[in-house]
Structures are given as structure tokens and as C-alpha cells.
Design a protein around this ligand. Structure first.
Ligand code: UD1
Ligand code: CA
Length: 450
């Protein structure tokens, strides 16, 4: 049997944040969610999360995950104290306990699988992940012989100058034989620089402690401060871009673009500089995004071109051109072959195939048919100060420049609206509707007598 416990009770003092450290986001997911995901493959019998600092907030954030047992550590007196809280909860449990630090988010599932498998094969009391780091500052140092047997771990701040020269570091990821750990946990002392109970001290108390060194030291990056958060974001972003480049996506300037894990791309998508995709996005073949665009929770079809624009919570068909400087807001649904031009905002509106909104418009709470041509500066006045109302425009209709369509209003098919009109009443199909003051011209005005 396997249980997984994630240490997530710490405050994260060095982050200097109102947010508990394990809730800091990395490529759109919190640290603790990433840590939990890295152990998902193992299908453990029990998943425990040790919470303490802002416990309620952490629990609320993770409420959507099923089968997670929250264990309270209060006060937070170190990683050993955190795991001591499992003693009553896991009484009688037979099997392994995998302990994961909640601030080590880049572990690959395969690495954790290898740790558990290696541990089971060797029959050790504990097996821990280690890495040789070029700069081990801040990490616990692992003292081991050439056969992989570990004699102990000493925290950076408790190390002598000589001990600090050892660059074999503790990743904070351990597979314990639970019964063996449970026997030594009560013996921990606070005899160290921080006066805390250290989980790392259990390693020297267990007769057979082994370590497994990871190939890619980036995997065991721990996050204690904002600089390390940024470094991990960089590693994760590079992993994502490398993956998608292998899958046929072109990045013109990869380092200037960011992705989320929930993005998917067709073939021959080109991503121009300074373009960012967040949340759940899907992008069809041959689309071109950027430069300078933000796409969030959006689905775009094939051959969509987005230039210097923001697209959020929107759905876009094939062969659509967006921007420059367009803003598609939540529930914008843009049909095939549409064109959304510069300084156009679309919210909660459907645009039928082939419709065009080329310049300076606001389209909100509207339903446009096919091949509608929205003239420059056309606005749907959807809000009466209290409620939002619908504008409906039929197929093949045109609005003249600077029209205001005061909702609720329905405009039929093949309608023409004269430029500068304020339309407050429904217009039947095939009609011309003009709603503006008649032009008055006075001849020879310049020569008038005074
Ligand atoms: C820890 C290890 C260190 C290792 C490093 C790897 C110890 C004593 N040291 O140091 O050897 O190299 O991780 O990143 O374990 N936490 C609790 N309750 C507490 C204190 C901490 O749940 O009372 C949680 C934190 O939320 C965090 C994790 O434990 O997720 C690690 O704590 P942290 O204080 O960051 O330990 P490090 O100093 O990084
Ligand atoms: Ca840490």
C-alpha cells in the first residue's frame, strides 16, 4: 500500500506574500496542485495534505480534488513536526509513505515512479531523491557513500564550511517505509539552528537509507523566494515550448512567449513574439498568433490570424482575421471567415459566417447573421443603466458608419442603416433605415449681414 503526503503547512516567509507559498501559481496551476499531479500516476491508496498556515484557504483552493485528506499542523514547527501529525491519522497503515515537499513543483511523474520502484526493490527504510547542484546554497546536504547508502542530511544553515562543499542536495522527496518512520518520528529534537523538528533528521536514525540522484537537477528546484519562482516558471515554460515545437509549432522568439499546460495546437501554427496563452486554449492548423497577443481560455479554428489583440473566453471559427488591437471578451462567438478589425470589442455576441466588423466598434449582447457588414464606429447600446438588452441583425445587412443600435432592437435581413443613425425601433428586412437630424445648409452664410 502506498500513501502520499504533501507538506503544505509552511508560511513561505521568504516569498514575502499574503498568499501561502504552496498557492503561488506557476504556469497557471498552484505549486501544490503541481506537486499532487506529479504523484498521480502512482494511484496511492491515501493522499494526505498537511496544512497549517492559512489552512482554510489552501483547503478551499483544493476543494475540487477528490479523495484528499487534510491534516492540520498547528503551530508549524518544521517538516518533521509536519509528518508527526500523520502518526494518529495513519495508525496501523502498512506500506510506504511518499513525502513530497509542497514547494518542489517540477518533478516529473517518471522520476517519482522510479523513486518508489527503486525503494521497493532495495528494501531500504527510506529512499530520497538527490541532485548535484552547481549552486547548492540553501539546500540540505546529503552525505552518502558510493553505493548510495546515506548516513545523514545536514541543513545548509547547520553545515560547517567544509560540509557546505558537498553539493549533493536533498530534494525534499522521500519514500519511507511507514512503520520504520513511525518508530523514529517521536525521537526528533529541535537541536538545530532554526529550533525546529526536521524530517531530514529521521534519515540518520533509519538503518537503511538510500538515495536516488536525478539526471535533470531542474526537476528538484525548490521554491523559497520569488527568484526561484521565476526560475521554475522559466523551466516549465521551456518544457512546454520544447514539447510544442516537437509537435510542429513555430515560435519566432520562443523566450518571449508563455503557454499554459492546457493549450493544444494543430500543425504549422506560428507564434510570433510576445504572445501569451493562458488557461485552456485550442488553436487550429496554420493559425498565426501575434505579435503581442493574449489568448485565454479560447478556442480558435484553422487559419486564424490574431495580431496585437486580446481574446478571452471566446470561440472563433476558421479563416478569421482578428486585429490589430481587437478585444474578444467572454462568450464572443465568431463564425468562419469573419473579420474583426482594429479597435473593435466583442462581448457575449454571435457573429455569423463572413460577417465583418472592421473598425472602431462595440458589439455586446448581439446576434449577427451571416455576411453582415458593420460600419466603422457602429455601437450596440446594450445597457440602459439597469439591464442589458439584445441586438439582433439579420443576414447580409449593413450598418452605416457611426450607427448606434439601441437595444433591444431587431434588424432584419438585407437591411441598410444610414450613416450616423440612432436606431431605436425594429427595422424590417430589405428596408433602408435612417435615424438622424436632417441636414440643413444655409447658402452664403459667410456673407450674411451682422
Ligand atoms: C527542506 C529540507 C531541505 C531540502 C529542501 C528541498 C528540511 C528540514 N529541509 O528545506 O533538506 O534541501 O527542503 O527543497 O526538511 N512545511 C510544513 N510545515 C512546517 C514547515 C514546512 O508543512 O512546519 C512545508 C512547507 O510548506 C514546504 C515544505 O514543508 O512545502 C518545505 O519547507 P521549507 O521551509 O521550504 O524547507 P526548506 O528550508 O526548503
Ligand atoms: Ca523549500
Amino acid at each position: 500500500m502506498l500513501a502520499v503526503a504533501v507538506l503544505a503547512a509552511g508560511k513561505g516567509t521568504r516569498m514575502k506574500s499574503a498568499l501561502p507559498k504552496v498557492l503561488q501559481p506557476l504556469a497557471g496551476a498552484t505549486l501544490v496542485e503541481r506537486v499532487l499531479a506529479s504523484a498521480k500516476n502512482l494511484q496511492p491508496e491515501r493522499r494526505l495534505l498537511i496544512v497549517g498556515h492559512q489552512a482554510e484557504r489552501v483547503e478551499q483552493t483544493l476543494a475540487h480534488l477528490s479523495g484528499l485528506e487534510f491534516v492540520l499542523q498547528s503551530p508549524q514547527n518544521g517538516t518533521g513536526h509536519a509528518v508527526q501529525q500523520l502518526l494518529p491519522v495513519m495508525d496501523g497503515f502498512a506500506g510506504e509513505l511518499l513525502v513530497l515537499n509542497g514547494d518542489v513543483p517540477l518533478l516529473r511523474a517518471a522520476t517519482i515512479d522510479a523513486l518508489v520502484e527503486g525503494h521497493r526493490n532495495s528494501g531500504a527504510d527510506v529512499t530520497l531523491l538527490t541532485a548535484r547542484l552547481a549552486d547548492p546554497t540553501g539546500y540540505g546536504r546529503v552525505f552518502a557513500d558510493s553505493s548510495g547508502q546515506v548516513s545523514g542530511i545536514i541543513e545548509h544553515r547547520d553545515c560547517s564550511e567544509e560540509q557546505r562543499q558537498n553539493n549533493l542536495t536533498n530534494a525534499g522527496i522521500y519514500c519511507f517505509n511507514w512503520a520504520a518512520l513511525a518508530a523514529v518520528l517521536p525521537k526528533l529534537s529541535t537541536d538545530n539552528d532554526q529550533g525546529e523538528l526536521y524530517l531530514t533528521d529521521t534519515v540518520a536514525m533509519l538503518p537503511r537509507a538510500m538515495h536516488l540522484e536525478v539526471d535533470d537537477p531542474d526537476e528538484v528546484n525548490g521554491i523559497n523566494n520569488r527568484k526561484q519562482l521565476a526560475q521554475c516558471e522559466g523551466v516549465l515554460q521551456q518544457r512546454l515550448r520544447d514539447y510544442w515545437m516537437d509537435e510542429g509549432v513555430t515560435f519566432v522568439d520562443p523566450a518571449s512567449c508563455t503557454l499554459s499546460e492546457d493549450c493544444s495546437f494543430g500543425r504549422d501554427v506560428v507564434i510570433e513574439p510576445q504572445t501569451h496563452l493562458r488557461g485552456c486554449c485550442s488553436i487550429g492548423d496554420n493559425s498565426k498568433l501575434g505579435p503581442g497577443s493574449l489568448i485565454e481560455n479560447a478556442s480558435l479554428g484553422a487559419r486564424v490570424d490574431v495580431v496585437q489583440s486580446v481574446v478571452r473566453d471566446a470561440r472563433v471559427g476558421d479563416d478569421v482575421s482578428i486585429g490589430p488591437f481587437a478585444h474578444l471578451r467572454p462568450a464572443a462567438e465568431v463564425g468562419n471567415g469573419c473579420r474583426i478589425g482594429n479597435f473593435v470589442e466583442v462581448k457575449k455576441s454571435r457573429l455569423g459566417a463572413g460577417s465583418k466588423v472592421n473598425h472602431l466598434s462595440y458589439i455586446g449582447d448581439a446576434s449577427l447573421g451571416e455576411n453582415v457588414n458593420v460600419g466603422a464606429g457602429t455601437i450596440t447600446a446594450n445597457y440602459d443603466g439597469v439591464n442589458k438588452h439584445q441586438t439582433v441583425i439579420g443576414d447580409h445587412s449593413k450598418t452605416g458608419a457611426n450607427s448606434v443600435l439601441v437595444a433591444p432592437v431587431t434588424i432584419g435581413d438585407h437591411v441598410t442603416i444610414g450613416a450616423g443613425s440612432t436606431i431605436t425601433k425594429d427595422v424590417p428586412s430589405k428596408a433602408l433605415s435612417i435615424g438622424r437630424a436632417r441636414q440643413m445648409t444655409k447658402d452664403n452664410w459667410a456673407n450674411r449681414s451682422t
